[in-house]
Ligand binder design. Structure first.
Ligand code: IPM
Ligand code: MG
Length: 370
């Protein structure tokens, strides 16, 4: 197969580069063993870009991301850049990618792998077999709304302002993604907002309901307030199939759901834009965990979330479902074989480094392909 799939890798800061190194080994494996070639280029995002270019994302790199079939990102940020002005902060690079690529739908699966059920802070029976998909709206709401800023009032005190704002199309396009995903899973969507106190939440609820009644009657829709959802996630997480919610609540609830699985180091994500005429969507894939500066460069990081992000990329950007299954199976088998990085270590398991986990996944891929 021709190497015509353009992939931009932005490893970023902290543990980003070391987990991405393992992903590159997996990519090599796919090229050699499955003849799936990618045209891979590399770029900088976050603090490393700031250090080199004085900005967390250059226009040139932004341009490359726009032209790529998929972007794979490691992580951004770290204490070294915490005191930079707002527009230079590493996170701005990530937010610009999401905004300029119009990646409005952020898919965050929270899946508990059987061998890791005891690593959850909840009892095994509450989480064993858990498989939730959180769909977070990613380019609107209070993270992007205007007016925003910090202003000084006449009396010398200051006022910080952010605006929560959503329109019908913004709500309906992300809800559509959630309903479509639900059809491939458990056919249940729970829409989450704070309609009891926020007008934007009232609108959210009404628009999701309207879309449901028009196009998705075969999917079961429920509505829940965000605070209750946080509680239900730790009380009875298996009641959920697909959750769809706004940017802010999705940010919080997806971290909460992630922890149910026992390790943030296990969870991938996909951020998708609208499909173009050829059915191609702009897409960015990244692990949910951050840059973990405290363990960076020590070979301690868990590369599985980034490897599983690659699996999501194969599935959603390139329709290589069988190859995505293969990679997810290899990860599950590496865990079943007892390999663990420090974050998911349990007594009796075999502790491995970042590279050691990469070895384990490649070994399982070899076995599966044999
Ligand atoms: C996430 C992160 C980002 C966000 C930060 C790094 C800007 O927390 O992807 O959830 O808040 O969206
Ligand atoms: Mg977050």
């Amino acid at each position: 197969m021709a190497a015509n799939k353009k992939l931009l890798i932005l490893a970023g800061d902290g543990i980003g580069p070391e987990v991405m190194q393992q992903v590159e080994r997996v990519l090599d494996w796919y090229a050699k063993r499955r003849a799936i070639g990618f045209d891979v280029s590399q770029g900088l995002v976050g603090g490393c870009s700031y250090d080199k270019h004085g900005t967390p994302l250059t226009d040139a790199t932004m341009g490359e991301a726009m032209g790529a079939d998929a972007v794979l990102l490691g992580a951004v940020g770290g204490p070294k850049w915490d005191s930079l002005p707002f527009d230079k902060k590493p996170e701005r690079g990530l937010l610009r990618l999401r905004k300029d690529m119009e990646l409005f739908a952020n898919l965050r699966p929270a899946i508990v792998f059987g061998p890791l059920a005891d690593a959850s802070s909840l009892k095994r029976e509450l989480v064993d077999g858990l498989n939730i998909m959180i769909v977070r709206e990613l380019t609107g709401g209070v993270y992007f709304g205007s007016p925003r800023g910090i202003e000084t009032l006449p009396d010398g005190t200051r006022r910080g302002i952010n605006t929560q704002v959503y329109t019908t199309p913004e709500i309906q396009r992300v809800a559509r993604v959630a309903f479509d995903l639900a059809r491939l899973r458990g056919r249940k969507v729970c829409s989450v907002e704070k309609a009891n106190v926020m007008e934007s939440g009232v609108l959210w609820r009404e628009e999701v309901q309207k879309l449901h009644d028009a196009d998705y009657k075969d999917v079961e829709l429920s509505h829940m307030y965000a605070d209750n959802c946080a509680m239900q996630l730790v009380r009875q997480p298996k009641q959920f199939d697909v959750i769809v919610t706004d940017n802010l609540f999705g940010d919080l609830l997806s971290d909460c759901a992630a922890m149910l699985t026992g390790s943030l180091g296990m969870l991938p994500s996909a951020s998708l834009g609208a499909a173009d005429a050829r059915g191609r969507r702009r897409a960015l894939y990244e692990p949910v965990h951050g840059s973990a500066p405290d363990i960076a460069g020590k070979g301690l990081a868990n590369p599985l979330a980034t490897i599983l992000s690659l699996a999501m990329m194969l599935r959603y950007s390139f329709a290589l479902g069988a190859d995505a299954d293969l990679l997810e199976k290899a990860v599950a088998n590496a865990l079943s074989a007892g390999y663990r990085t420090g974050d998911i270590m349990t007594p009796g398991a075999t502790k491995v480094s970042t590279g050691g986990m990469g070895d384990a996944v490649l070994k399982e891929l070899d076995k599966l392909a044999a």
